[in-house]
Design a binder for this molecule. Structure first.
Ligand SMILES: [Zn+2]
Length: 77
């Protein structure tokens, strides 16, 4: 899983980008937030481009769970 390692390293290098990342507390899948604008960071930053390259979009519910876990969670309630 070289790809995943690269994405983790990228976030370590730019921890300020974590605010655009959702992480599901149940399955620990990570992805960029649906509300992330096309451009984040400084004027010449390609952060948004890189985040989209390294991560998939991850939609989360009001609990911060990804939609897949949200479904399971709500079914078991
Ligand atoms: Zn999940």
């Amino acid at each position: 899983m070289k790809y995943k390692k690269d994405s983790e390293r990228y976030l370590k290098m730019y921890p300020e980008l974590l605010k655009w990342i959702n992480e599901c507390p149940l399955c620990h899948s990570k992805g960029y937030k649906t509300e992330m604008p096309d451009h984040v960071g400084g004027e010449h930053s390609i952060a948004a481009y890189n985040l989209k390259k390294y991560f998939k979009q991850l939609e989360v519910d009001e609990n911060g769970f990804c939609l897949q876990c949200s479904k399971v969670y709500n079914q078991n309630r």
